[in-house]
Design a binder for this molecule. Structure first.
Ligand code: RAM
Length: 904
């Protein structure tokens, strides 16, 4: 009898620094579970024992004992009763974080420093290309070093370091990195919450004198951030705080806390900024600074300014790490430097091996996502503070490897200059950095272009799931809510995203405005708030339909895919506040198009239900609205054309999701919420949909959303769907959908009897289309379909924007055909699109019960399918009108002569 495996606490294996007093336990068992027994213990004995529980639940069993204590080591064990009897016990460990701000006695310490320069730019400045005219050396400041000496007695058995910073930091213990994470503490809504990292320091310490070192740079706190590249958005001075907890074999516990005994100095960097890049002078390294025995007599004292400790929160999820390395595919010498192609657009930086560089030799590394059509260097993200350039100054060692510490870039190509010999391809790698999420899905076919399309989504996810979900890793790095709302389904197939997105949702809720508005991005800095309040037009948008609705969509998709109720509970109140904001705003304002009109009382009543006034991004970047105009003008057209329609559609959909959530959580008002959703739909239909199912704006996206969100009364749906198809045809079978509608386009076509049109769109290779990008060599999704035009000309757009990659979810759900029919895949269907136009597809997702996989192939009329269903998932196969239940385990299904069910 095999034991339970994959033991996890809050989704992670043997985590330290668990941030809740009531964690949830999950495991996998390779048989049908009828019951389980679970126990949690400390060294002192059992703290919770469930006894035998008659239940099939193997996922997210919530701890139900006395509240767990801070900074404590626990073990847990579980066994499962299956039809064959009890499995043996399986056990694992976990460890809690400092769970309360009161657990902190340490002081925030500020190293001696000059204040960071405050550079403030507006969107208008950005459009005009205005920016600082002095080089970064003259404006940016050097990162700092902090060191603290302490003594450890004999008999240490466990040591945990808890640390964080206002800034970005690396921690060292006796000259060794505290662990392999980079860019801690990551990005947070720092005003409200700052994540604290937990490190296992046991093996790094020894009896006698020890040294804790912290290297500290501006990062998201004081560095450049967002579209405008403005700096010091949270503060102008960095600081760090730490507590090292030492447990001895004799039961004694000691704490080494940051305070006035720490010393500080300027580090070897001239500057380090997330956007601008890093300038590192290896001649200035104070060798041994983070080890005992170093003389810090000429270091500076620190100050303890008494910053708030109430914002400290245990970090949850996976940190940012170096997740892989890519070799140089080609190195091309040019007069300006050696241009290296890594073959893939990524977020990261390079590691360079230098041989015999002379003291003071300066090596420069520039980064870009694309070259011009003639192969020359091209900055697709030129602009204020977006240099993406690193500088290394050699000390004169024989061979040295260097990788920046406190920056990253969005790039595929690097240009290296200042070398004394030609660059050898073996001496440079691209280091991909990302939040180190477990990759849990796969999708592959017999068609290389479709596979590349899927890989482009995976890579855009990797490049943008970096501490928080961002829009793009080179220009903004902002946690745009709308982009994630579009992509969350796709993201959930490819990786275990719950801890990562739950932490981001914590930030989003912290950033919610007092009036209930959910901001368009999070983290949102005090500068962002001020900029929006003092600007007009698009820059003044604080909340927007489709963006703010992420507070409904994201938790709901996580519940659907992973069955996690706690995410719903945690976000319910914020969602309700957003809904109430919409209700109030709907009653108070009319859209500008109606302001001058004399409305009947009936129309006035309907309009008062609709959240349709104000400026919204609308179906952002709808292709036809972008044609032939400069970008900054073009982007305003979709908001103007579609905002009034898109906003109430999302309002209705969000109310529907809220009603579903209320039902799951057993709330009394679930029916009321559903009724409100229907009132909004009825008012919308009466105001905006005519008898023939037509809407006032003839754009594909408007029809897609109207159909996807059930805005069209049933009898008019066929006509609306037919109009959508007509609009697709009129564009030469090419899509014309923006950020908000693209995720729904192909589903809507399939659900309304046009799978053939969906198929044509999928295989389209004329711009705008998915495969157009693939054919143009895209390795990630572009922000706009014409980022590289057919003639090779390049628009200054991001090449790494996942929002248009939402189609990846459709590939899993419809082409492979794997989808949940109840939360967390308790029940699921396998319904592959065997007539999509490929011979072979194989894919899997990781459900809470294990791997759910399908591999199908088609030869002429014969279909062959192999399905893997884990115990705990009740799945059925739907093919050509037949439905058959699928057994647990592997099963093979043959259909020698397959005739697809008729499309309508
Ligand atoms: C752009 C961002 C993002 C989008 C907003 C509206 O600047 O890149 O993708 O959500 O605008």
């Amino acid at each position: 009898m095999s034991t339970c495996r994959e033991l996890r606490v809050e989704y992670l294996r043997a985590p330290i620094g668990v941030g809740t007093r009531h964690p949830r336990f999950s495991w996998i068992v390779d048989h049908r579970q009828e019951g389980y027994e679970l126990e949690v213990a400390t060294a002192g004995g059992t703290v919770w024992a469930t006894g035998v529980v008659e239940s099939a639940q193997i996922s997210l069993v919530a701890y139900g004992g006395e509240e767990l204590a801070s900074n404590t080591a626990y073990t847990w064990r579980v066994r499962s009763r299956t039809p064959g009897g009890w499995t043996p016990w399986a056990s694992a460990a976990f460890d809690t974080a400092l769970l309360d701000p009161e657990d902190w006695t340490a002081e925030w310490v500020e190293p001696a420093q000059q204040d960071a320069v405050v550079e403030r730019w507006s969107i208008l400045d950005w459009i005009r290309g205005l920016g600082p005219d002095t080089p970064p050396e003259e404006r940016l400041r050097p990162p700092q070093l902090l060191r603290q000496r302490f003594t450890v007695r004999e008999g240490l058995v466990r040591a945990r370091l808890y640390a964080t910073a206002r800034g970005v930091y690396s921690a060292f213990l006796n000259g060794r990195r505290a662990d392999d994470q980079v860019l801690a503490p990551g990005s947070d809504a720092y005003e409200h919450r700052i994540s604290v990292q937990a490190y296992d320091a046991t093996d790094a310490l020894a009896a006698g004198e020890n040294v804790l070192g912290i290297a500290l740079a501006d990062g998201w706190w004081a560095g450049r951030l967002g579209l405008t590249g403005s700096s010091a958005q949270f503060g102008t001075r960095t600081a760090a705080i730490w507590q090292l907890h030492l447990d001895y074999g004799d039961g004694a516990r000691e704490v080494v806390a940051s305070g006035e005994d720490a010393r500080s100095a300027v580090g070897p960097w001239v500057y380090a900024d997330l956007f601008v890049g890093e300038h590192y002078d290896s001649r200035r390294v104070p060798i041994g600074w983070d080890r005992p025995g170093f003389d810090d007599a000429d270091w500076m004292p620190v100050t303890t300014p008494g910053h708030d400790r109430g914002v400290l929160r245990p970090f949850t999820g996976e940190p940012i790490r170096r997740v892989r390395e890519l070799p140089a595919l080609t190195v091309t010498p040019t007069p300006e430097g050696a241009v290296v192609d890594f073959g893939q657009v990524i977020a990261g930086r390079v590691r360079l091996r230098l041989r015999a560089a002379s003291p003071g030799q300066r090596i420069r590394i520039e980064h870009t996502e694309t070259l011009a059509v003639d192969g020359t260097w091209f900055d697709n993200i030129a602009g204020i503070n977006k240099e993406q350039t690193d500088v290394y100054v050699a000390a004169g060692d024989d061979v040295v490897e260097w990788e920046p510490e406190f920056t990253f870039h969005g790039f595929r190509y690097a240009r290296v200059s200042g070398l004394s010999a030609p660059l050898d391809a073996a001496d440079i790698v691209a280091v991909v950095i990302a939040s180190d999420l477990e990759q849990t899905g796969s999708f592959a076919t017999s068609d290389v272009r479709l596979d590349r399309l899927h890989q482009n989504a995976v890579w855009s996810q990797r490049g943008n799931f970096l501490s928080v979900p961002t829009d793009c890793p080179q220009r903004e790095r902002a946690g745009w809510t709308g982009d994630l709302q579009a992509f969350v389904g796709a993201a959930s197939n490819n990786a275990q995203v719950v801890p990562f997105l739950a932490r981001w949702l914590d930030n989003l809720r912290a950033d919610q405005l007092p009036d209930g508005r959910i901001p368009i991005f999070s983290p949102r800095s005090p500068f962002d708030a001020e900029a929006a309040a003092t600007t007009q037009g698009i820059g003044a948008i604080v909340a927007s339909a489709g963006w703010s609705d992420a507070i409904a969509t994201v938790p709901w998709v996580l519940y659907e895919r992973f069955g996690d109720r706690r995410v719903l509970e945690d976000n319910e109140e914020a969602l309700r506040r957003w809904i109430e904001y919409q209700r109030t705003a709907a009653a108070a304002e009319l859209p500008s198009s109606l302001e001058a009109e004399e409305l009947t009382p009936e129309r006035r009543r309907r309009q008062a239900l609709l959240y349709n006034a104000g400026l919204h991004f609308g179906d952002w970047l709808t292709p036809s609205t972008m044609e032939g105009k400069p970008v900054h003008e073009a982007i305003m057209i979709a908001p103007a054309l579609t905002g009034e329609l898109v906003a109430p559609m999302f309002q209705a959909q969000t109310l529907t999701i809220a009603a579903r959530i209320a039902r799951v959580l057993d709330r009394d008002d679930a029916d009321d919420l559903a009724a409100r959703a229907n009132q909004v739909r009825a008012a919308f239909a009466a105001e905006y949909i005519d008898d023939r199912g037509d809407l006032p704006v003839r754009l594909q996206g408007v029809y897609v959303l109207a159909l996807a969100f059930d805005m069209v009364p049933p009898e008019r749906r066929p006509a609306a769907a037919a109009r959508l198809v007509e609009l697709v045809r009129a564009r030469g079978d090419r899509l014309d959908t923006g950020f908000l509608s693209t995720p729904h386009l192909l589903d809507v076509l399939c659900d309304h009897g046009y799978p053939d049109v969906a198929r044509t769109l999928l295989w389209q290779s004329e711009m705008p289309s998915w495969l157009y990008e693939v054919d143009r060599g895209a390795t990630t999704f572009w922000e706009t379909w014409d980022a590289i035009a057919p003639d090779g000309s390049i628009r200054p757009m991001s090449m790494n924007h996942y929002a248009p990659g939402s189609v990846d979810d459709w590939l899993y759900r419809r082409v492979a055909g794997i989808r949940p029919t109840s939360p967390g895949y308790r029940t699921a269907v396998i319904e592959p699109a065997v007539d999509i136009g490929v011979g072979r597809v194989s894919a899997h997702v990781t459900t809470p019960y294990g791997r759910l996989a399908v591999a199908w192939s088609r030869a002429g009329g014969a279909i062959s399918l192999e399905v893997d269903v884990p115990h705990g998932v009740s799945a059925e196969l739907r093919l050509g009108g037949d439905t058959v239940p699928l057994p647990a385990g592997t099963s093979v299904h043959e259909r020698p002569s397959f005739a697809p069910a008729s499309p309508r």
